[in-house]
Design a protein around this ligand. Structure first.
Ligand code: NAD
Length: 369
């Protein structure tokens, strides 16, 4: 019996959010029983659901709940067709997501990309480039670099304008994200590929120096450095060479989406955004990589796997509950091998594939746990 209480704020949001969250709840309940965890899961509205309930995309009560919790399990927010007159700053994507990232100092974004061999057809690469399956973890710095550096402005000059963005990183910022990458590699295949542009950018030189220094603290982990342009190419040519890819903010933004494309469907991809660690617990925000998928919402068509795998990440990275995390991931692997497919990963030419809905997929994963 794990004696300390794990408090989870569950914010389902809009579109397919509530449908896939319902399946994640079934998994949480199953894991709670199996491992005798003290879980306290509290739901609260966010996104358009927050606006409808309390006039704000991130209602005060929802934010308070998050502050009282150890981790946030998030669905997704935003409905492009709703009220185009609502100001950008008040729309859910900004008012909820960016606010939460800032409020909780979420500086590390982890995006695992897994393509099991049986889903080879869903990958845009030829099967011979996929080896025994693709399994990459992109670790992206989330609060520094070009997106936040100052000065950031557009000014008038004779004949037009001049736009300035500034790329800034400090040693402590690089150190903390590097520690996250090496710690994550320890739980995986023990290799870190650090991405930079040290041949052109001052930031790249500092990045490489700091990563190399931290790397010496981890003699059990293989470290290699790669320029970002080569990294983008290698992801297409030989994705199986990567275990953990460590990236600054902008490079990680681009490469994590490139890597995600290899998995074939957004419906399979979870993500974790981590903040500070206190007393052995890391505050984390866990969500599917995809959005609210308004085209399929409310039809029992959404793939719940990204949301369910987000629960696995929550157990692993916020609470160190590796057994619970692995049990969920193994159960997902089992149902995929058994042939269950939601529409986004269904291939009619596959003789073992059986098309199922959101609920049936969730039930099968629960049964496999
Ligand atoms: P989307 O990710 O919602 O959908 C893109 C495509 O992927 C759609 O065809 C959709 O059906 C499919 N898809 C996504 N998740 C799926 C799942 N679990 N199962 C099966 N298919 C799935 O992206 P979009 O259409 O560009 O955005 C819709 C809304 O979501 C927008 O308002 C956008 O701002 C928002 N959004 C929110 C987040 C977030 O909350 N973190 C992330 C991305 C987009």
């Amino acid at each position: 019996m794990n004696s300390s209480i794990i408090r989870i704020a569950a914010l389902a949001g809009d579109g397919i959010g509530p449908e896939v969250m319902r399946e994640a709840f079934k998994v949480l309940e199953t894991v709670r029983k199996k491992y005798q965890l003290k879980l306290e899961v509290t739901e609260a509205p966010v996104g358009w659901a927050g606006i409808d309930a309390a006039g704000k995309a991130l209602p005060d009560a929802t934010l308070d709940l998050c502050r009282r919790s150890d981790a946030i399990l998030f669905g997704s927010v935003g409905l492009p067709d709703r009220d185009p007159t609502l100001a950008k700053e008040e729309r859910p994507e900004r008012a909820a997501l960016l606010r939460i990232r800032k409020e909780f100092g979420l500086f590390a974004n982890l995006r695992p990309v897994q393509l099991p061999k049986v889903l080879a057809y869903a990958c845009p690469l030829r099967p011979e480039r996929q080896g025994d399956g693709i399994d990459i973890l992109v670790v992206r710095e989330l609060t520094g670099g070009m997106y936040f550096g100052q000065p950031k402005k557009t000014e008038e000059i004779p004949g037009g304008h001049r736009a300035i963005d500034t790329m800034v990183y400090t040693t402590p910022e690089i150190e903390r994200i590097t520690q996250v990458a090496f710690q994550a590699a320890r739980l995986r295949r023990k290799k870190v590929t650090s991405i930079d542009k040290a041949n052109v950018l001052e930031n790249g030189v500092l990045w490489r120096d700091v990563v190399s220094r931290i790397g010496r603290e981890y003699p059990d982990i293989t470290l290699e450095h790669m320029f970002v342009d080569n990294g983008a190419m290698q992801l297409m040519l030989r994705p199986t060479q990567f275990d953990v890819m460590l990236c600054e903010n902008m490079f990680g933004d681009i490469l994590s989406d490139e890597a995600a494309a290899l998995a074939g469907s957004l419906g399979m991809l979870p993500s974790a955004s981590l903040g500070a660690t206190t007393a052995g617990r890391t505050f984390g925000f866990y969500e599917p990589a995809g959005g609210t998928a308004p085209d399929i919402a409310g039809k029992n068509l959404a793939n719940p796997i990204a949301q369910i795998l987000s629960v696995a990440l929550l157990f692993r990275y916020s609470f160190g509950l590796t057994d619970a995390a692995t049990a969920i991931e193994a159960a997902v692997g089992k149902v995929i091998v058994a042939g269950l497919r939601t529409g986004d990963i269904f291939n009619p030419a596959d003789p073992v594939a059986r098309k199922v809905g959101t609920r049936e997929m969730g039930d099968a994963i629960v049964a496999a746990i």
